[in-house]
Design a protein around this ligand. Structure first.
Ligand code: GDP
Length: 314
C-alpha cells in the first residue's frame, strides 16, 4: 500500500471504519474512497459490482456490518444474518472480480465456541457450539472468514481476516436498546448523575468477563497488518485484543469513578449474561510485533469526554 493507492473503507461512518479513516489520513494516505449506505446499499449485489467496476479500489477495509449488543442480536436474528452475509459476500466477490490487491475482513471473537478454553486461540474456530445470543451474527462472520480463505485458495487473492475483541471509542453506538455494554453503561451512569437518580440498572449478574480494545488501537492494528503482512503470513484468522479482561462488575466500578457518580448499582439477573468469558490469545499478533497502547481507564476517560462533547442522545 502506498500513499496514493486507492483504498475503499466500507462502513466509514461506523465505529471501526471511522477510526480506520482517521488512521489512514494521519499516515498521509490520500486516495480514500467512501460511500454512505444511502449512496450504496452494500446488500445489493448489482450496485456493489457496479461500484467496484467504476472505482476499482486497490485495497479494501471491510468494516461495514450490521452490529449490535446482546439484546439487539437476540431480537433481530434474521436481520443480523441476512445483512452481514449479503454485505460481506458482495464485497468479497466484487473484490475478487475487479482485482483488489488486498482486503481486510473484520470478524469478531464471537465466532469462537461458547465453551472454548480461554484465552481464545485462533485454532479454536469451529471446535464447538456457539453462544446462542449471537449465533446468527457469528455464523455470518464465519462465512466471511471461510470465503476469504476459499477465495485465496481458489483464486490466489490476498484477503485477510481479523478478529477484534469488544471494541469501544468515539462514534460508538450509545442507543441503550442496541448498544454494547461499555457505551451503554457510560450513558446510563452519566444520565443517572445528571438526574440525581439513586441507582443505575446493569443487565445480568455482573459476573461475565469481557476484554475491551480502544478502536484507535484496533485501527492501528488493521492498517499495520494491511501494510506489512499477507494471508500467507497471517493464516486464516488473527485475533486483535489487549489480552486483558475485566468483570462487568469491575467495569461498572471503573465507569462510575470516571463519571464520578455517587449512587448505587443494581444488577438485573433476568437480563442475559451472554458468554461467561471472551478473552483473546494475542500471541500470534504479538509475534508480528504489534501491541495495544491505550489503557482501559484512559480509553474510557477519552470516550466519556467525546460523548459529553458530542452530546449524543441527550
Ligand atoms: P456481548 O459481549 O456480545 O455479550 O455483548 P454486550 O456488550 O452487549 O454485553 C456484554 C455483557 O454486559 C453482558 O453480560 C451483558 O448482560 C452486560 N451488560 C450489563 N449492562 C448492559 C447494558 O446496559 N447493555 C448491554 N449491551 N450489556 C450490558
Amino acid at each position: 500500500m502506498n500513499k496514493s493507492s486507492k483504498i475503499y473503507v466500507a462502513g466509514h461512518n461506523g465505529l471501526v471504519g471511522s477510526a480506520i479513516i482517521r488512521k489512514l489520513e494521519s499516515k498521509g494516505y490520500q486516495n480514500i474512497v467512501k460511500r454512505t449506505s444511502q449512496e450504496l446499499d452494500l446488500r445489493k449485489q448489482a450496485a456493489v459490482e457496479y461500484f467496484f467496476e467504476n472505482e476499482k479500489p486497490e485495497y479494501v477495509f471491510l468494516a461495514a456490518a450490521k452490529v449490535g449488543g446482546i439484546l439487539a442480536n437476540a431480537k433481530n436474528p434474521g436481520e443480523f444474518l441476512y445483512d452481514n452475509v449479503m454485505i460481506q459476500t458482495n464485497i468479497i466477490e466484487a473484490s475478487k472480480n475487479f482485482g483488489v490487491k488486498k482486503l481486510l475482513f473484520l470478524g469478531s471473537t464471537c465466532i469462537y465456541p461458547k465453551m472454548a478454553p480461554q484465552p481464545l486461540k485462533e485454532e479454536y474456530l469451529l471446535t464447538g457450539e456457539l453462544e446462542p445470543t449471537n449465533e446468527p451474527y457469528a455464523i455470518a462472520k464465519i462465512t466471511g472468514i471461510k470465503m476469504c480463505k476459499s477465495y485465496n485458495e481458489q483464486y490466489g487473492t490476498n484477503f485477510i481476516s481479523v478478529m477484534p475483541t469488544n471494541l469501544y471509542g468515539p462514534n460508538d453506538n450509545f442507543d441503550l436498546k442496541t448498544s454494547h455494554v461499555l457505551p451503554a453503561l457510560l450513558r446510563k451512569v452519566h444520565e443517572a448523575k445528571l438526574n440525581n437518580s439513586p441507582y443505575v440498572e446493569v443487565w445480568g449478574t455482573g459476573h461475565p468477563f469481557r476484554e475491551f480494545l480502544h478502536v484507535d488501537d484496533m485501527a492501528d492494528a488493521c492498517v499495520y497488518l494491511m501494510e506489512n503482512y499477507s494471508y500467507k503470513e497471517i493464516g486464516e484468522i488473527i485475533n486483535i485484543g489487549t489480552g486483558e479482561e475485566i468483570s462487568i462488575k469491575d467495569l461498572v466500578d471503573l465507569i462510575v469513578s470516571v463519571v464520578n457518580y455517587r449512587g448505587d448499582i443494581k444488577f438485573d439477573p433476568l437480563k442475559p449474561d451472554g458468554t461467561p468469558r471472551k478473552l483473546t490469545d494475542i500471541q500470534k499478533l504479538n509475534k508480528l510485533n504489534w501491541k495495544s497502547r491505550i489503557s482501559l481507564k484512559k480509553g474510557i476517560e477519552e470516550t466519556y469526554e467525546w460523548y459529553i462533547r458530542e452530546k449524543k442522545y441527550e
